[in-house]
Design a protein around this ligand. Sequence first.
Ligand SMILES: NC(=O)c1ccc[n+]([C@@H]2O[C@H](COP(=O)([O-])OP(=O)(O)OC[C@H]3O[C@@H](n4cnc5c(N)ncnc54)[C@H](O)[C@@H]3O)[C@@H](O)[C@H]2O)c1
Length: 269
Amino acid sequence: MGRVQDKVALVTGGASGIGLSAATLLAKEGAKVVIADFNVEGAKKAAENIKSQGGEAVGIFLDASKEVSIKEAVDFTVEHYGTITVLYNNVGLTNLQKDLDVVNIDLDEWDRLMNVNTKSVLLGCRFAIPHMVKAGGGSIINTASMAAFVGDSVRSAYGASKAAVVNLTKYIAAQYGKDNIRCNGVAPGLILTPAAESNMPEAVLDIFEKFNALPYHGEANDIGYTVLFLASDESKFITGQTIQVEGGHYMANPSIADFKEFVSKAQSN
Ligand SMILES: NC(=O)c1ccc[n+]([C@@H]2O[C@H](COP(=O)([O-])OP(=O)(O)OC[C@H]3O[C@@H](n4cnc5c(N)ncnc54)[C@H](O)[C@@H]3O)[C@@H](O)[C@H]2O)c1
């Protein structure tokens, strides 16, 4: 008996990175999984891999920037597997060229990121919740980001869109809790997915690792296992929360290195 045996999950952005990890782990633990992604070939390949290991999955096309496509993905899940009891809203975009500080940000990019990162979460829930109510309950998980909790020099739209996901998570949890629907988020710090690795020079990765409390980077399964837990009944009394999975990067006083240096200099005098 798997940890999410016979649950039916729709995972958006499941062809690579964090979504692929979550889809694979959910299937390994007994869920039937629809992997929905812009990269439909990648989604189908991921489903084939899952099937070759004895799991149950199917890959389909999704454009999370379009309401009709999100509705089609939810409808497909219900038609194919009879219901939907887990929704993992994972698609999210960032753009280091256009998503800048507030004075210089490209406003079309602001709209695009708000649409894909935040509105797609609202729409996934809007279409899935009536089916979950019919099924007697469900678990919704949204991918936020640690960018939701801190300020930064650039990526204003990304941070704001993910902060909205954190609060929307609470609203959904508050509105549908009595229908036995839970809604939680996961906020990754830097996770070495293929996308993150190809976007970041080695020197930037080193800066991230330096400020982690732990001596290593995060990887996709660190998020995948958190999603698995939130999808399972093991987390049945947790709702409205966003779990921060970030290696202690943002947890400590940021001036700690300077204070250490100050103390060590004072001791040597
Ligand atoms: N990797 C990190 O360091 C990190 C940190 C914080 C938050 N996140 C968040 O985690 C989530 C997944 O990130 P990742 O690093 O695994 O990214 P990724 O690029 O590896 O995977 C994202 C997937 O989403 C798909 N996708 C993109 N746009 C789509 C669209 N409009 N419709 C459907 N599918 C689409 C892509 O084809 C890809 O398969 C995102 O929401 C991201 O913001 C990632």
